[in-house]
Structure formats: structure tokens, C-alpha cells
Design a protein. Structure first.
Length: 257
């Protein structure tokens, strides 16, 4: 059902089974996939692609121009995958030419009320942004990460898979995968043990990750020496430990510790 008060540009593409609530606005060049439900007073700007079976609640702003001083109206895009939940007053912005021109959001993510995703972010699958969580531009969030309420992440940071960032945390450096981070300036407080158990990680994998955490972050060794020690240990054969090591090696902003 599309409410009669909705404004839809003739050049927007709306697939079967899409529902749009009263007073929403959908601009030209927008694509909305099959079965997606859009609440009242939602604005979806040009250059936005929304996948199948998403739920977008009232007053969300989707695909608005990036909040970047250098943006001059270039045509850029926002790509949203399937089965995402986007709650009230969420803001998701398009990319910039300098950042590759595209903000990309994967599948099955949950954006709680008032959360914000800025230009050129890359978000994986099954990510949760809690109420008021804020991502600056050019941020990478891997699959299954959870960002707590009112947490704020600095531009160009990366957050690893299955990481948990607690509420009110300020993140200015990369958060490694599988870790728990908290504090006004994020510090690591061990593994995201509860999250890993809920995700059915094996005991052997969790033991390997705990040992890697102790060596890398709590042994007193330099990061280079700690990484070498982990690489020489049998735990380095664990795929999750290998991913942790790769994430740290490829970090450009540095790692929260």
C-alpha cells in the first residue's frame, strides 16, 4: 500500500509489495526493493538504493547529502542491502567523490533511533547501532559488531567483527575484532565473551583468542614483538586469531589498547 499523500518521483523505481506511509518523499533515481516497508514522514533522496524487506520507521532521513565542507553537489550514492531495520530519526548519508562516491550498508543490520551513519562509511552485515550511536565519515564496521548507545566513532576508524563498543564510548583508534571496548577514550577490556558465546564460538577458539589478547595487549611487549610471539604460537593456526593479526597489521589509525 502506498498512501495517497506520498510524493514519489516518476523516475523512482518501486518494486512489488513496497509499503509507504503518509507524507513520505521519494526522489528520482531511488530504488526500493520488494517487500520493503516505509513509515510516515520518511525522506529518501536521489541516489539511494534500498534492498528487499527492509523496515524504515517514521522521520528517518535516507540518502541525504553528506555533511562535508568540500561537498559541492556531486552525484553520489547510498547503497542499503536487504532486511535492514532503520528506526525513528535515523540519518544515513550518501558518499563523497573524495571517499569513492558511495556509502555502503550490508544486510540484516539494526539502526536504532537517532543513530547516524556519515558519508563513505562501509558497514557489513548484522551490525547494531544502538540509540544515538554516531559514525563519522569513512568508517569501516565489520560484520556482527555492536556499537552502544551514544557512542561516537572518529572518521577513518575501523571496528572489527564481533567487537562490542559500550555506550558513551569515544573511539579515536581502531577497535580489534572480538574485543570489548569502553571508556571516554576507548580502551580494551578483554574479549567480547558474552557476544562470542551467543554467536556459538567454540571453547577452543575463545581460549585461543584470550591467549592472543593477553600476549598482544597485556604482556608488556611492544606490539611488533607481541604479534611475532602470537605468530609463532600454535594459536596462530586458528582462523579467528589470523583475522585478528591481519586486522592489526593493516590498521592505519592505530589500535585501541
Amino acid at each position: 500500500m502506498i498512501h495517497p499523500t506520498v510524493i514519489i518521483d516518476p523516475k523512482a523505481e518501486i518494486e512489488e509489495g513496497v509499503e509507504v506511509g503518509p507524507y513520505s518523499v521519494i526522489e528520482k533515481g531511488v530504488f526500493i526493493g520488494e517487500g520493503t516497508k516505509i513509515g510516515p514522514h520518511v525522506v529518501i533522496r536521489e541516489g539511494t538504493h534500498i534492498g528487499k524487506r527492509c523496515q524504515i520507521f517514521q522521520f528517518a532521513s535516507i540518502g541525504e547529502a553528506p555533511q562535508a565542507f568540500f561537498y559541492r553537489g556531486e552525484k553520489t550514492s547510498l547503497f542499503i542491502g536487504d532486511q535492514n531495520i532503520i528506526r525513528e530519526f535515523v540519518t544515513l548519508h550518501r558518499g563523497t567523490i573524495k571517499g569513492g562516491g558511495k556509502t555502503v550498508i550490508g544486510n540484516g543490520n539494526f539502526f536504532m533511533a537517532y543513530s547516524h551513519v556519515a558519508h563513505d562509511c562501509q558497514i557489513g552485515n548484522q551490525v547494531v547501532l544502538s540509540n544515538g550511536a554516531t559514525l563519522a565519515g569513512h568508517i569501516l564496521i565489520e560484520d556482527d559488531a555492536i556499537i552502544g548507545g551514544l557512542a561516537a566513532i572518529h572518521q577513518f576508524c575501523q571496528v572489527g567483527t564481533h567487537a562490542l563498543i559500550s555506550g558513551l564510548t569515544g573511539v579515536s583508534l581502531d577497535i580489534p575484532p572480538y574485543m570489548l571496548a569502553s571508556g571516554s577514550r576507548a580502551k580494551l577490556f578483554g574479549l567480547n565473551t558474552v557476544g562470542l558465546k551467543r554467536a556459538h564460538f567454540s571453547e577452543e577458539t575463545m581460549k585461543a583468542l584470550k591467549k592472543a589478547y593477553r600476549i598482544i595487549f597485556r604482556s608488556g611487549l611492544t606490539l611488533e614483538k607481541a604479534m611475532k610471539r602470537v605468530g609463532e604460537d600454535e594459536i596462530s593456526q586458528t582462523p579467528e586469531v589470523q583475522h585478528l593479526l591481519r586486522f592489526i597489521r593493516h590498521s592505519k589509525r592505530g589500535i585501541s589498547r
